[in-house]
Design a protein around this ligand. Structure first.
Ligand code: PEP
Ligand code: MG
Length: 564
């Protein structure tokens, strides 16, 4: 793995204020490659929210009022353009549409309507008449509208947070600053940001050809979403946000290298080699097998039907929360049935993970209270302690979608910690006719009692991302702790071995569905430890298949013994 955050070019000084760092042309930056593939294109940075300057004395109120109107018009036009782009992406039909792009178009249209609301404009104009300059008048008008909506309660109160985003956009437009939020330039580009939320990543249009962030870790959900979409991505890349918009860069999502200031020939070469590599990998097929024929199921990790690709033996992890990241209201039973059935109809066996909300994957519709240590709080299955109806509705919807499609639907809960939790989940799932019920092992306590968990459920699926986080007390999003989060850590491998041993004794499957399962070098070790399936992003399947076919089961066991 590349050394994170270290510019490769020696002697490079800090950039001048606002300079495009043109001096970096021909240079390289390095971060952590988290989603394989190569891309080249112009950088566009996602701007942070603007900071309000100190209030100005207003000399010409008419000019300030005109500035207010112009800012609101420009925000409205920008949102309408983005809605049109999102609608176009949805209709792409090439399997590359972003998850929830149709929802994104609706949401952007609704936001455009709010920005175009005459009452909002009149409020801001009145604030100008009261003596405020244009940016402060916009701030006052949006704040007033936010409070009004919040006081109404219900659905309208849930929309109040949208007004903050609109306010930032309007103030940025008024100050002549770049628009905050995901850019929509109308041409392919490489998105550069300080950091991205999973909701930002899920809503990216097809014009984004790669992602590079200054922060972030290899198992963050943003990295996982990028991998699911086959989008090359590099995180923890120091210096990337200092590049000017339009700088042409190359991104290698495997090595973490970012080339700066490319010639046209170099751009063409990067694109050609990426195309060839994708074609090579796309030609790989067949079930997972060691060299001597021991079967290891190779499964897909998906966030929606858009992540499905041919060539795997089913879905080993359907992260259902990715469907609903930007929802302000709980998705209805009918809507959930439709979303699950879309996947079930296209994939034979599907392991559905019930909603895993919390920490870096907030689901606004759950309305969970802020916590001082969210990773250690109410997340995953623990949400059931405060909102049991949510799991009931989801299990009903999964069972109904399975019935309607005849799919082989397995269901498992995230963040199971005790055998009692596993038993409670299994009881509720089986009561709905779901016969294959499992538990994720993401907490060391669960790994240590894997045999007792298996007395309650039919299978285990090891989530190495969280199991690493909780075993090593290392935030999975922390770019500086990648060594502790490395899945080769012997303590992690010993926990995996304990689960596999329990599975062998019980005669039940134990798979790995964390990002470790997609590492081709680690695959023989995991198989040698006794893991029965590996579930990963589609882009990882061919290289894992290739690597496994090079080793007999006995060699896998020898490698495992050396590694643990
Ligand atoms: C994991 O923790 O390894 C896992 C598969 O779940 P997620 O990454 O969605 O938390
Ligand atoms: Mg997890």
């Amino acid at each position: 793995m590349a050394d994170p955050g270290r510019p490769v070019v020696p002697g490079e000084g800090p950039p001048d204020e606002g300079s495009p760092r043109a001096g970096l042309a021909g240079a390289e930056l390095a971060g952590l490659g988290v989603s394989q593939g190569r891309a080249a294109g112009p950088v566009i940075r996602m701007a942070p929210p603007p900071v309000l300057p100190s209030p100005r004395q207003v000399a010409d109120p008419a000019a300030e009022a005109a500035a207010v109107v112009k800012a609101l018009e420009s925000v409205t036009a920008d949102l309408r353009q983005r809605a049109a782009n999102a609608a176009r992406d949805t209709g792409g039909g090439d399997g590359t549409a972003s998850a929830g792009a149709d929802d994104a178009a609706e949401i952007l249209d609704a936001l455009a309507m709010i920005a175009d609301d005459p009452m909002l404009r009149e409020d801001a104009e009145a604030a100008v008449r009261d003596g405020l300059d244009a940016p402060h008048a916009l701030d006052a008008a949006f704040t007033h509208h936010r409070e009004t909506l919040a006081a109404l309660g219900g659905y309208l109160a849930e929309r109040a947070a949208d007004l903050d985003d609109l306010k930032h956009r309007a103030i940025a437009a008024c100050l002549g600053l770049p628009m905050p939020g995901i850019p929509a330039p109308g041409h392919p580009y490489i998105l550069v940001a300080e950091d991205l939320s999973p909701a930002d990543t899920a809503g990216l249009g097809t014009d984004v050809v790669a992602l590079v962030t200054e922060k972030g870790g290899p198992t963050s959900h943003t990295a996982i979403l990028a991998r699911g979409r086959g989008l090359p991505a590099v995180v923890a890349c120091a210096g990337i946000t200092a590049l000017a918009d339009g700088t042409v860069i190359s991104v290698d999502g495997k090595t973490g290298q970012v080339g700066v200031g490319l010639t046209d020939e170099a751009v063409a070469e990067v694109r050609r080699s990426d195309r060839e590599e994708r074609e090579r990998l796309a030609n790989s097929s067949g079930p997972g097998r060691t060299a001597d024929g021991h079967p290891v199921k190779l499964l897909l990790n998906i966030g929606s039907a858009a992540d499905l690709r041919p060539g795997a033996e089913g879905v080993g992890l359907f992260r259902t929360e990715f469907l609903f990241l930007d929802r302000k209201r709980e998705p209805s039973f009918e809507e959930q049935v439709a979303a699950y059935a879309e996947v079930f109809a296209r994939a034979g066996t599907v392991v559905v993970r019930t909603l895993d909300a919390g920490t870096d994957k907030p689901l606004p519709f759950l309305g969970l209270l802020p916590e001082p240590n969210p990773a250690l709080g109410i997340r995953g299955l623990r949400v059931d302690r405060v909102l049991p109806a949510v799991l009931d509705t989801q299990l009903d919807a999964i069972a109904e979608a399975a019935r309607a499609t005849g799919a082989d639907a397995w269901v498992m809960a995230p963040m199971v910690t005790t055998p009692a939790e596993a038993a409670g989940f299994a009881r509720r799932a089986r009561a709905r006719g779901l016969t294959r019920v499992g538990a994720m092992v993401e907490v060391p306590a669960a790994a240590l009692l894997a045999d007792r968990l298996l007395a309650e459920v039919d299978f285990l699926s090891i989530g190495t991302n969280d199991l690493s986080q909780y075993t090593f007390a290392a935030d999975r999003q922390h770019p500086g702790l990648a060594d502790l989060l490395d899945p080769w850590q012997p303590a992690l491998l010993k926990l995996i071995a304990a689960c596999a041993d329990a599975g062998r004794a019980a005669g039940k499957p134990v798979g790995v569905c964390g990002e470790a399962a997609g590492d081709p070098r680690l695959a023989p070790v995991l198989v040698g430890l006794g893991v029965t399936s590996l579930s990963m992003a589609a882009v990882c399947v061919p290289s894992v298949r290739e690597e496994l076919s090079q080793h007999t089961l006995e060699e896998c066991r020898e490698l495992a013994a050396l590694a643990r």
